[in-house]
Design a binder for this molecule. Structure first.
Ligand code: ZN
Length: 253
């Protein structure tokens, strides 16, 4: 059984709670779909933990921290520059620091395995494209993206978990939230996109950290409680991270 996590965003409390939950299951491999850093207060600690995963992709915030950030709003960009400073902090153990940079710099943008594709954003634009639930009404966009998926694609980036299924005759593209699926979905003959949700900054109205377990063809969504107030306090204490980045965690927005 695999665990697939994404969008940790330097939220150490959420990541630790998710890793503890993973340990309670029969998981042999952990995959991470990117955005280890950005927004939150513990970039170094989160990179150190994610380095132990079996497969880790590059996210747009990870890329922003290493290179010139493009296309981010002002608070996100400030958080990215602060993150870069943390990763470059002179007080840090040089070897660990270099190890983190090398690790981030080597991350691939996609990964394929047994007809399954893994990306941060979308099959069409692995790093930056968002596929939101309302995109099911954007026929052209969905057609193009589904055309690039052999069978199943696992993705993150929107922080909105759920399952997209392809158009079949007489039917439209469909999106189902974890709640609507009763937190489980079995992959079938239809092409499917699975958004695994966000560990460190869920935006579907549920503040619990989100990830999935993949057992054969069965996806199970996990929602995990964590010490959110500690994360929020840390964000408040860092001037470069705007307070609303903490407040939004409470609302899951
Ligand atoms: Zn993200």
């Amino acid at each position: 059984m695999k665990a697939i996590i994404s969008d940790i965003h330097s939220n150490l409390e959420a990541l630790q709670a998710v890793l503890a939950d993973i340990q309670r299951h029969d998981v042999t491999e952990i995959y991470c779909l990117g955005d280890i850093v950005g927004y939150g207060p513990n970039p170094r600690e989160c990179v150190d933990l994610v380095m132990k995963c079996n497969m880790v992709l590059l996210g747009n915030h990870d890329q922003g921290a290493m290179f010139d950030p493009e296309g981010f709003n002002a608070p996100a960009e400030r958080a990215i520059f602060w993150t870069r400073d943390q990763l470059e902090a002179p007080s840090e153990n040089l070897e660990r620091k270099q190890g983190r940079w090398e690790f981030l710099a080597e991350r691939p943008r996609n990964f394929k395995e047994n007809g399954m594709l893994f990306v941060h954003g979308s099959a069409r634009n692995p790093l930056n494209e968002y596929v939101f639930p309302e995109d099911i009404y954007n026929q052209r966009k969905m057609e193009r993206i589904f055309a690039l998926v052999e069978r199943y694609c696992f993705q993150g980036h929107t922080h909105v978990p759920g399952i997209f299924t392809e158009q079949v005759p007489e039917d439209l593209y469909q999106f189902s939230s974890p709640e609507e699926l009763d937190y489980a979905h079995t992959l079938d003959e239809r092409k499917t996109l699975c958004n695994v949700g966000s560990v460190g900054q869920p935006r579907d109205g549920d503040w619990h950290a989100c990830y999935i377990l993949l057992d054969g063809n069965t996806i199970r969504y996990r929602r995990v409680e964590y010490d959110i107030e500690t994360t929020i306090r840390k964000i408040y204490a860092i001037p470069e991270l705007e307070n609303f980045l903490g407040d939004r965690l409470r609302d899951g927005r």
